[in-house]
Write a protein that binds this ligand. Structure first.
Ligand code: SAM
Length: 278
């Protein structure tokens, strides 16, 4: 019989955040696949767990997934952990899970810490709808393109960032998204846990040093892309508005329907306008 693959969340700072179930699973499995075995060893030693460890990190994720699957197919139970928080969330995990599904291996998630969830819930920003972007691209051009694609994102935006890149990233956010309200959730669950809630400009001007780990929460755009486009269209004359859709190859009936909808008026009014011109 195949073994089971457990995806186990571990603390993001405070070791007391490990769950009873996570401890039970880590004690029971045959193998623990860890992002950094030395890091995980400290956690295991703290809880007096001794276990065979396999290193499983981003750069060897594909090749090590085969090793893990071979162990699972041989009937061994394996737990995947990352350095902190939930595997697969800006951390390795995805590859082995896909492969396990292909091999009909049972996957059991063991819930626990995720840095961005805790940052979001305490941020004071809208939690109704949010979009988690993880780390932005390291390539400057791609990073700016990604931020540009978020200009009209109305949901709360969540980013992860390394401390040494915080200043540049905040400046990029300011340049591309404007002077938004943001929340920096720093050192969550640790002694120096802190929430900095301010406009980006104030944070940049304060010239503060960014020490520790951060989650960046950005207020969503006040206006959606659709609202912006509609606003622009309704400032046109009816003829210009008509031509805009005409150039997209729509037929007359469709155009009149769209123009009426954009302007929030009855389509008969638009019909009448163009009828008088004929
Ligand atoms: N898998 C993790 C999770 O479930 O949140 C995320 C791992 S990712 C490699 C590391 C990033 O998560 C950090 O650069 C930081 O943005 C965020 N992070 C992790 N722990 C944190 C903490 N205690 N406080 C604030 N941010 C944290």
């Amino acid at each position: 019989m195949n073994g089971k693959l457990y995806i186990v969340a571990t603390p993001i700072g405070n070791l007391e955040d490990i769950t009873l179930r996570a401890l039970k699973v880590l004690k029971a499995v045959d193998i623990i696949a860890a992002e950094d075995t030395r890091h995980t060893l400290k956690l295991l030693n703290h809880f007096e767990i001794s276990k065979k460890l396999i290193s499983y990190y981003k750069q060897n994720e594909k090749s090590k997934s085969d090793v893990i699957i071979a162990e699972l197919l041989a009937g061994k139970d394996v737990a995947v952990v990352s350095d902190a928080g939930t595997p697969g969330i800006s951390d390795p995990g995805e590859e082995v899970i896909k492969l396990a599904i292909e091999n009909n291996i049972e996957i059991i998630p063991i819930p626990g810490c995720v840095a961005f969830v805790n940052a979001l819930i305490a941020s004071g920003m809208s939690t109704k709808e949010f979009c988690f972007q993880g780390f932005l691209e390291t390539n400057k051009k791609n990073k700016k393109e990604k931020l540009s694609s978020l200009i009209y994102e109305t949901r709360t935006i969540i980013l992860y960032e390394a401390p040494h890149k915080m200043k540049t990233t905040l400046q990029d956010i300011f340049d591309i998204l404007g002077d938004r309200n943001i929340v920096l959730a720093r050192e969550l669950t640790k002694i120096h846990e802190e929430f900095i809630r301010d406009k980006i400009s104030n944070i940049l001007q304060s010239n503060q040093e960014f020490k520790g780990e951060f989650v960046i929460i950005i207020e969503g755009s006040k206006i959606s892309k659709q609202e912006k486009d509609t606003k622009e269209l309704t400032s046109l004359t009816l003829e210009e508005h008509y031509n805009y859709y005409n150039e997209q190859g729509l037929d007359k009936k469709e155009i009149i329907k769209k123009v009426a909808k954009d302007r929030n008026v009855n389509k008969n009014e638009i019909y009448k306008h163009f009828l008088n011109k004929e």
